[in-house]
Design a protein around this ligand. Sequence first.
Ligand code: GP9
Ligand code: MN
Length: 428
Amino acid sequence: DSSDLKSVRNYINTNHTEPNIQYTGVAKGKNVFIIHLESFQQFLIDFKWDNQEVTPNINKIYHANNTLSFDNFFNQVGQGKTADAELMLENSLFGLPEGAAMVTDGTSNTFQAAPAILGQKGYTTASFHGDVPSFWNRDNTYKSWGYDYFFSSKYFKEKKDYNIGYGMKDKIFLRDAANYIQQLPQPFYAKLITVTNHYPYILDKKNQTISKTNTGDSTVDGYVQTAKYLDESIGEFMAWLKATGLDKKSMVVFYGDHYGISANHKKAVAKLLNLKKFDDFDNAQFQRVPFMIQMPGLQGGINHTYGGEIDVLPTILNLLGISNQNTIQFGSDLLAPKRNQLVAFRNGDFVSPDFTKVNGTYYQTKTGEVVKNLTPEQKQQLAQKSNQVDTELSLSDKIITGDLLRFYKLKNFQKVNKKNYNYTKTKA
Ligand code: GP9
Ligand code: MN
């Protein structure tokens, strides 16, 4: 009820972090691309196998002068996987402890999401994905978020050879999405969700350009192959962007949504990364995923702040110079000089520059040693961190399960009317 909304607002106000004003508005009026790198983990960056870089195109973006890259950025998804990532990125709210909020609450809830915020500032907004529109209830949730367009598999030419796994092959998907992108009125906000690099990492022979790894774990060994394919598709897409000149008018944001290799494959990971051990602590650190923002003229570099998917929306709004005052969001600008670098995982564990909590055990983040002989101050500090994680997760859950944003009147923002949106397409 509205007393819950009150505690949410109190929490948000008390923990508010001012964004980095040096970056405010540097991308004003630019088109925005959000490029979803399916199951893409940070360790793939600069990773070599079969005498080659697995992801040379993404590596190049990561190291470019005009890319802001992050090397301590974590995925924070729960069971909703891709759906949780989408929810966090575009709402700065957490997924639910069980299930996928996009499925359970995406149709009926009120949101104040990125597409609606940008749409009301003159942006055309579109999401692209080469799977059926109903997957993760995207076709309904996107209406609640205010997406003008949803180009699902229905909008793309279907040929038998075009699909693999959960949808269209990334190269074909991005090539065909380009035709729609060119027709979008500018400035636009376009989200492109790739899917080929998805478990169980199958790829047709003609697209395999690197050999499988040799851990002997069949669910792991195809990962570099599909990751390389995804990387090539990104290379082709960036070349297209440049050829059209759109690159000069756009900010391109890349992120990995969640792990590709789960905690069930620790032995294989140890072999893959040449490690003596790979335990629960290491697996928590293994949840790093890429987050990169590329734009001509942007002062880039590799930023070491600890953050995660919850922090993306405030970061992007600041770059675009769009006011983020009074919004109900749990993240903070990743470029803010004085951020609280506490990264919550969905199960209540966390990582931070000094301490990591995994299954209730505390570790030193730098060394992986279990913390012992705590001073009373340290004990208190850890309890405080744990507490904050639990609080923000449960307040976020209250917003979603209680549909609290329906009570919240955000200044200069018009409530989304789902009836204004229709993504059906009759096959040409
Ligand atoms: C399906 C795709 C996969 O449309 O987004 O979702 P995931 O299994 O990664 O959550
Ligand atoms: Mn996914």
